[in-house]
Design a protein around this ligand. Structure first.
Ligand SMILES: [Zn+2]
Ligand SMILES: [Zn+2]
Length: 320
């Protein structure tokens, strides 16, 4: 009985505890020889912790993603090692051009002190980056072309940590990298950016495939309970949600503020879960990463190229 109670409580507490632990870990290891030798240690620890949680708190409506493992690995590697770097290489010179030309310096504010005390800057970076992600994500649902790119992320049939970065790289970088670059040239204290980032893991936690509960944190952070509705195969039946709901990436309070938050509860007050996850237009989950990379759904010529290639492959069904 007691063990059951502890387990139920831990469904609420596990992710917030991890958030604090990750935040402290990142701050303590910042600049150390270990962090320099293993710059991606944080991601590995996070993935390992969430895979463990997914095993312990198994979700009753989970759909196996084993056959997507190579697609997931490819997408994760491209986003982590290439997409962010390419976006930075292309966009940063353009962003630095304006202050360079008109102010004679690389940042809008020459001294970060001009932007207020450190805690104000942490708060500003936290709020502004979430605001950017919310609106870009919403635009990716409303704009026809961007929705074709972003739709690959919505084709997954179960959310779990291994598919959090499954997306076309441009779609992903617009949402998750560009805003950081824009904030980067404002001139915020780099420590403020590190602290705000260290305590913002819910973009990843939102894809935790375990049966985790959010409680009142659902209205602040993008918990798995909230994000499952973002991935529902059927958008809620309300004109406000015609293009989807719960667009926040790490936080949900922008959704609450702008009226796009959706989290139904049953008569007992328990949060309900969507019956099925998937693309609302019925596109199946895409196992071929190259189709996601070259955005076959957005470019008919690319789709035709893959169709021809698939037709020319020897059929596994023996000829009659
Ligand atoms: Zn989306
Ligand atoms: Zn997602």
């Amino acid at each position: 009985m007691f063990a059951r109670k502890v387990l139920d409580f831990s469904k609420y507490a596990m992710l917030p505890i991890l958030m604090i632990a990750f935040g402290i870990m990142t701050l303590m290891l910042r600049g150390t020889a270990f962090a320099r030798a293993f710059p991606y240690y944080h991601s590995f620890v996070l993935i390992f912790a969430l895979i463990t949680i997914e095993r312990v708190y198994s979700y009753s409506r989970a759909v196996s993603q084993k056959h997507m493992i190579w697609r997931d690995l490819m997408s994760t590697s491209v986003q982590a090692f290439i997409a962010a770097a390419v976006m930075g290489a292309v966009v940063l010179p353009i962003l630095h051009f304006l202050p360079n030309t008109f102010l004679g310096r690389r940042f809008l504010f020459g001294l970060s002190d001009q932007l207020g005390p450190l805690w104000v800057q942490v708060l500003a970076v936290y709020l502004l980056s979430g605001f950017w992600q919310y609106w870009i994500h919403r635009l990716e649902h409303y704009n026809e072309f961007l929705w074709k790119l972003h739709g690959y992320h919505h084709s997954v049939t179960h959310i779990q940590i291994t598919n959090v970065l499954v997306s076309n790289p441009l779609d992903w970088a617009l949402r998750n990298v560009l805003g950081g670059l824009v904030l980067g040239i404002v001139g915020f204290n780099p420590i403020a950016i590190v602290i705000a980032g260290a305590f913002n893991p819910y973009g990843d936690f939102s894809h935790c495939g375990g049966d985790m509960k959010g409680g009142w944190l659902n209205y602040i952070f993008n918990t798995p309970e909230v994000h499952r509705w973002h991935h529902s195969a059927e958008f809620p039946d309300d004109p406000m949600f015609r293009y989807g709901c719960n667009f926040g990436v790490g936080v949900t309070f922008w959704d609450v503020l702008f009226g796009t938050f959706y989290l139904p509860k049953d008569e007992k007050g328990e949060v309900m879960a969507p019956p099925r996850l998937g693309h609302p237009s019925g596109y199946p989950d895409e196992p071929n990463y190259l189709k996601i990379l070259f955005a076959a759904r957005a470019f008919p010529a690319v789709a035709r190229f893959f169709d021809r290639k698939e037709e020319s492959l020897p059929s596994s069904v023996p000829a009659e």
